[in-house]
Design a protein around this ligand. Sequence first.
Ligand SMILES: [Zn+2]
Length: 297
Amino acid sequence: MAEFVLPDPVVQLTDVQELARDLVVIPNRRVPLVPNIGLIGGTRSVLVVDTGMGTANAETVLKFAADFANGRRLYLTTTHFHPEHAFGAQVFAGEATFLINQAQAEDLKVKGPGYIEMFKGLGESVARRLEGVRLATPDVVYDHEHDLDLGGRVVELRATGRAHSKGDQVITVPDAGVMFTGDLVEAGQFAIFPWFPPHDTDVSGTRWLAVMDRLAAESPRVVVPGHGDVGGPQLLADVRDYLQLLRDETWVRRDSAMSEETIAEEVAALMIARHPEWDGQEWIEKGVGCLCSEHTA
Ligand SMILES: [Zn+2]
């Protein structure tokens, strides 16, 4: 079997996209383990969404943010605790106010160390990025919702409840109709189910589906997924439809007492036929495993 070597997950400042006035995305250029990173400006402050993996990437982002802010105060938030989204936050200490939801703060503290070790095992380039990473402590923690006034622009931070992780957070900029979803939504790839029993079983397919129903109902103009190209509200519908089909096709087979292995094979074939252009086919089987555990007779 040919060994798949992950490319270096480096954040690059090429092709920065302006989505609205004073609102840009540093796109992930479809590089695995690089997130889409957002900067949202108001008259007084700038909010950075996600850090990239490791201190070197976060330094790139911080420098870009400081230039963008041009004297305005900096805030940092992260969509969830996974390494490429949050494991650079230490670099922002003393430079930005790090603000996240309570469940995510808990994830970062409790599960962060295990994820550093797990991700170091993914390959040389990832391990190098994670050298020297310490898990940051947020400066401000909120329970379920927080409105952040950047000066002439209010950004809505909302904890969604357990879905892709326990501490997922969605960031919306109502005046621009822009929504940052983190890994609740990916473009051009199958939904990432971090289903690693017995170590991590926090992902919930059924709760995730309910969250997607709610987000789709908000119909934002622009959706910034965790990974992949920025798109419109169709991205939300695509994930919702995929999760619904994944659940239905898994459960109908579970009802007939089929083995999890056979279900995974059949459902994966079905989903790949439906979305032949999507990456991340390995996540289908994880999704099936998760949904089997959530099956109710
Ligand atoms: Zn994630």
